[in-house]
Design a protein around this ligand. Structure first.
Ligand code: FES
Ligand code: FES
Length: 162
């Protein structure tokens, strides 16, 4: 079976088993290794990408399910050399240890708060519910998320986007 979809803004095609998990196409065929395959069962969130703007776990998505849809990975989230504010905030807060969880966290949070800031710390925690980190304490990650999203809003205000 042949499947066509959009990957990080470019047309993309796959020919083969329609049940192949999207995460395997991304990593093995497209070499987009920022998307991690950890549990492969929908528990850890490390494989999170955007599909038509929504955060989805790519280990659970057969490639056929993204036919005609827009897939965005961590590599496509921000232009090369200009990291997303959440990536900058995680780095500044020094919360990344092994790093396996962070691309998925950034993808979940950037989708959840694309159009509006979180109203509370609890809302950030809820948005991170599907993303497990085995290295770092979650409170410091939430601090970094709030700082990153605040920086994103300030930058958007400066550029007149909000
Ligand atoms: S690898 Fe997909 S949820 Fe863990
Ligand atoms: S930094 Fe290692 S799992 Fe999160």
């Amino acid at each position: 079976m042949s499947v066509r979809f959009e990957l990080n803004g470019e047309p993309c095609g796959f020919a083969g088993d329609p049940l192949t998990p999207l995460v395997d196409i991304l990593r093995r065929e497209r070499f987009l290794t920022g998307t991690k395959a950890v549990c492969r069962e929908g528990f850890c969130g490390a494989c999170t990408v955007h599909v038509d703007g929504e955060a989805r776990m790519s280990c659970l998505l057969p490639i056929a399910s993204v036919a005609g849809r827009r897939v965005l990975t961590i590599e496509g989230l921000a232009p090369p050399g200009a990291p997303h504010p959440l990536q900058l905030a995680f780095e500044a807060a020094d919360v990344v240890q092994c790093g396996m969880c962070f691309p998925g966290m950034v993808m979940s949070l950037s989708a959840a708060f694309r159009d509006r800031p979180p109203e509370s710390r609890a809302e950030v925690k809820t948005a991170m519910t599907g993303n497990i980190c085995r290295c770092t304490g979650y409170e410091r990650i939430v601090d970094a998320v709030l700082a990153g999203l605040a920086a994103e809003r300030a930058s958007a205000r400066e550029s007149g986007d909000v």
